[in-house]
Design a protein around this ligand. Sequence first.
Ligand code: HEC
Ligand SMILES: [Cu+2]
Length: 337
Amino acid sequence: MGSGLATMKIVSHRFSILFLVMALLAMAGCAGEQSAFAGLGPVSSRITLLIWIMFTGAALITAFICVLMAISIAGPANWRHKLAREKVIVLGGIVFPVVTLTTLLFYGFLILKAGGKLIRAEDPVHIAVVGEQWWWRVIYRHDDGHTTESANELHIPVGRPIEIELSTADVIHSFWIPAYAGKVDMIPGRINTLHFMADKSGIVHGQCAEYCGGAHALMSFYAVAMAPFDYEAWLAKERADAKPALENKGEQLFLSSGCGGCHTVRGTRANGKIGPDLTHVGSRLSLGAGILPNAPEHFAQWISRHQKIKPDNLMPPFDFFSENELQALAAYLDGLE
Ligand code: HEC
Ligand SMILES: [Cu+2]
């Protein structure tokens, strides 16, 4: 009997350690670059506050209900009697929920409007993002009215209001950078706008948040917040055409294999519009919409086995290149900085 109890204690002790470890792991999962708790801007900070208010409120109410339940089951008779009164039911069961939920609703509306101040802010940075199965077309609008297209990476200046025009080329997607703002859907035939601001420079993760078909889970991207001066420099570089390739074998292959039918490399004949713009792909952080870190060997892997890396993606398979040809193509693309 005694040893049985001891074992039970040990087992339950182990369980609580396991539970603690799991809880810590889960919490660690909430921190970092793809987290609504990061609160790296004024809009997401308000959402984080709402999360804590809801969580704390729900926890307190749950605890209170548990105490009431315990009393009504096993409490002293006069307490149980009091709890059974109709007034308690009306106040606790109708008035309280109606008041609490209505207050939360209006508070939620306020939060939804959190970007409102930024809408009216003068001189926001305009960027358009188009959701495509299963990547992001990103279009920067310059002060002189010109635009520059890029993909799968959003660069923004710190401390300036950002206005993102969201649309889709096919089905519904949802644009979500948890560290900066709530998600906003991209709906066929509509343009939605998202307003936020980044307080600090750094790199965070974004993700498509609405199921959009096969490779939905592999449709992410990076947002890079930069000091305003660095941002201007980056944008000027992004706007420029690709440097003429000195070593032309990769470029020749690129142009002769039909890649340019879908991809644009500004400054060359390649002017396809179906896939991501590759003019400066060598300087991006990832390939395949946040799926592979950008590295020379990953260009070769993407070209030869992208249907294994990102099943269902809409680039046709190119598994006929020799190792040499792959290296030449990879070197060319990697050099497109
Ligand atoms: C029929 C159109 C089409 C052709 C032809 C095509 N691609 Fe693509 N490519 C795409 C699409 C669509 C994507 C986006 C896939 C995704 O991430 O879902 C893509 C993605 C890529 C990417 C990753 C870009 C990024 O920003 O993540 C690279 C690199 C690439 N293609 C290189 C090539 C090369 C090299 C060729 C020629 C050998 C080629 N593509 C031919 C449609 C095409
Ligand atoms: Cu999606």
